[in-house]
Design a protein around this ligand. Structure first.
Ligand code: ADP
Length: 392
């Protein structure tokens, strides 16, 4: 049996991910995915200690899938608490909270800021509340860590009434990941918790980078939505705001179609005309594919440029941290980014970089400013918060 089990749910529109942690042993016991929900092909798959397993769950929606997930993990030990990942907490949440009715209502209000992301989280929370009303539940927000941004960092230079009346401002995302890897960097490099400067680059399918000063986020590349900032798998990141009218005029596209293009057909996929997947692109580039190389070049140039801008918020840079699937694995990307930053004096150690870092995660030569690879553990942070806030 698992001692102190905590269940983590990350609920998307047609899929949900789950993991069960043994808080005592500080390890993940089982993790899986329910996908194609509400369709005849709905499927639950998971991996525990042994082989990957799967079970068809035809036509099940979120609630049905969560009932299956709970039954699966309950065999190992009934969860003491359930942690939910919630993308947008607006200005209401600067940390994780135990879910009460007022919290559910506030997450619902934030849904206008994240119409694709918050409704599925709410579905997951409500289903779990109905199914297991006696198990305490906690919401962990992607935006919470960035609530420490000062007004000059979070305001857009547009009429102030848009902020006052519509909540138009920069919120930032991937906060759980940025906070975790920044904390790890402080621990590994034995930095002073109240005197350090870090830049963390979370590079997965979505990408964002954050300036962390003394444990607090002071600037970040994503904004009001997760579309702003860096080049991503299929998202453009920053473009000229004038692009919308130009495309609407020239191609007779609606705003909705343009937004879809910028979210789903741009980024690495749009540039390479090949793939949104960095592994595919680094392999293709290594065998001479110029389109793949072009996409990687723009990705790295823009990332370096944002790192330069983020550094403006720091008194000094103790370390640049790479994380996420690309940050943790794509050595050529890391090397290229460091090369783009001569002002910072990084000296990449090729062998360490190829090995994804030494014991501490370091990929730079002795004497060079530190660049580190630190695997993110978002689910673990969510489990930890759920445990900490509910088990006194
Ligand atoms: P998500 O944001 O969905 O959690 P991940 O953090 O898993 O995504 O990151 C996915 C990205 O990481 C993909 O672009 C994938 O190609 C990339 N990636 C994973 N492994 C490698 C690798 N060995 N080399 C290059 N890119 C990799």
């Amino acid at each position: 049996m698992v001692r102190s089990p905590v269940l983590v749910i990350n609920s998307g529109s047609s899929s949900l991910k789950f993991s069960l942690f043994d808080m005592h042993a500080e390890k993940e016991v089982i993790a899986g995915l329910a996908e194609r929900l509400e369709s005849p092909q709905a499927l639950l798959s998971w991996r525990g200690e042994g082989e990957k397993q799967q079970r068809e769950i035809p036509d099940q929606g979120h609630e049905g899938a969560l009932r299956e997930v709970y039954a699966l993990v309950e065999d190992l030990g009934a969860p003491l608490a359930i942690g939910h990942r919630v993308v947008h907490g607006g200005e209401a949440f600067s940390g994780s909270v135990v879910i009460e009715e007022s919290v559910v209502e506030e997450i619902d209000r934030c849904a206008s800021l994240a119409p694709l992301h918050n409704p599925p989280s709410l579905l997951g929370i409500r289903a779990m509340q109905r199914l297991y009303p006696n198990t305490p539940q906690v919401a962990v927000f992607d935006t919470a860590f960035h609530q420490s941004l000062a007004p000059e960092a979070y305001l857009y230079p547009v009429p102030m009434r848009l902020y006052r009346e519509q909540g138009v401002r920069r919120y930032g995302f991937h906060g759980t990941s940025h906070q975790y890897v920044a904390g790890e960097a402080v621990r590994r490099l034995e930095l002073d918790p109240s005197d350090h400067g870090l830049i963390t680059a979370h590079l997965g399918n979505g990408c964002s980078a954050t300036a962390v000063r003394n444990g607090r986020s002071v600037d970040t590349t994503m904004g009001m939505t997760p579309l702003e900032g860096l080049v991503m798998g299929t998202r453009s990141g920053d473009v000229d705001p004038g692009l919308h009218e130009f495309l609407a005029d020239r191609l007779d596209l609606t705003l909705n179609e343009i937004t879809t293009m910028l979210n789903r057909e741009s980024g690495l996929l749009g540039l390479s005309e090949l793939s949104n997947d960095m592994r595919t692109l680094t392999e293709a580039a290594a065998s001479g594919n110029a389109n793949a190389q072009r996409a990687i070049d723009v990705f790295c140039f823009r990332l370096a440029r944002h790192i330069g801008a983020l550094a403006a918020s720091l008194p000094r840079l103790d370390a640049l941290v790479f994380t996420g699937g690309i940050g943790e694995n794509a050595a050529p990307v890391r090397e290229q980014v460091l090369k783009h930053l001569p002002l910072f004096g990084f000296e990449c150690d090729s062998a360490l970089n190829r090995a994804n870092g030494d014991d501490q995660g370091r990929i730079t030569a002795p004497g060079s400013p530190a660049a580190l690879v630190i695997p993110t553990r978002e689910e673990w942070v969510i489990a930890n918060d759920a445990y900490r806030l509910t088990q006194h």
